[in-house]
Structure formats: structure tokens, C-alpha cells
Ligand binder design. Sequence first.
Ligand SMILES: C[S@@+](CC[C@H](N)C(=O)[O-])C[C@H]1O[C@@H](n2cnc3c(N)ncnc32)[C@H](O)[C@@H]1O
Length: 180
Amino acid sequence: MSAEVYSVLDKSKDSYSLWETLWSSNTTPWHLKEVCPFLLKNSSNLNFASPKRVFIPFCGKAAELKWFYDQGFEVVGVELIPIPVENFFKEQNLTFKIRELPWAKVYESSDQRIKIYVADIFSVEPEEVGKFDVIWGRADYTTVKIAEREKYSKLMKQLCKEKFLYFLCTLQFEVPVGRL
Ligand SMILES: C[S@@+](CC[C@H](N)C(=O)[O-])C[C@H]1O[C@@H](n2cnc3c(N)ncnc32)[C@H](O)[C@@H]1O
């Protein structure tokens, strides 16, 4: 993590205010303007002849949301903070509507092929979002606290169809004692 992120982390009282401050101050060193090279390198594993449903947890305004959409997938993302979600639709010139659910605000494109639920990942209602053929997880695992990773893995498993493809794009790094 960069020094800028640590500096916001030190001042934030909770996880929501941490991520909101990072997005509102444009301190987003993880954000890539281009599609992740790891996805492109491994994309031959995807079934482009019959693109189905992809789930993108902790999606921010990731370029992969639009990339999967352009390949014909139905795209479902989950993101805690509204700022990147609104920016995603504006920057990609996609018109959207907002729908309120008890556990989320859903931003959806006019053709309903991209839906982003603004919610905490652990509030996701599996019956509401359905099951997926593909999960694209980049910088998701590192965002989940170590104590919550098992719960997160169980949730992801619940969201996979019987036959699925799971891309996990993560890294291993040393964290100073007391940071996580
Ligand atoms: C490290 S960023 C990764 C963003 C994205 N996957 C990408 O590749 O650009 C983590 C994202 O998860 C969001 N986030 C943090 N905690 C969350 C939570 N509990 N539920 C849903 N989203 C969360 C943050 O606002 C941020 O956009």
C-alpha cells in the first residue's frame, strides 16, 4: 500500500470513511485506466461464443466492468462507495437508473446489462443477485480483513454456478504489525 493510503488509513474512524476519503480525494493508486493485463492474458478461458453472467466484487470503477459488458456479458458489481459508481457510468457514457433495495442502491444501465449494487459486500443477498458463470476478483481479497476472508470465500462460493471460472488477481505482501 502506498504512503498516501496509509496516511488516510491513520485518520479514518471506520472502513466506510476510509474508502470514501480515498475516492473523494482521488487517492486511488489501485485503479487502472486499462483492462488488467492478467485478464487479457487469460481471456481465452472465457466463452465468448456464449457470454453469460460475471460478478465483480469490490468493483470501484474498474475498466473490466465495461470490458466484460463489451464482450456481451451481463455484469454485476458490488461497491461500498457511490462516487466511483456514478463516475463509472458518466465516464463510460452509459445512461443509468437508480433503484432502492432494503440492502443496496442499484445503479443499472438502460439495457440492464450492467448492475452495480452500492452496498457492503457482506450485505449481498445471494437470491437477489443470482449465480454467476465468471467471477473477476482483482484487489478484492486484499481489501477483506484477514478475519473475514473465510466468510468472504463462502459468499463467493454461494454465488458460483456449478460450472464456473474464477479469476483471482491478488498479491502477497508484508504488512507492518497492527495494520490489518
Ligand atoms: C482496492 S479497491 C479495488 C477496486 C477494483 N476491484 C479494481 O480492480 O480497480 C477496493 C474497492 O472496494 C471497495 N470496498 C471497500 N470495502 C468494501 C465493502 N465492504 N463492500 C464493498 N466494497 C468495498 C472500495 O471502495 C474500493 O473501491
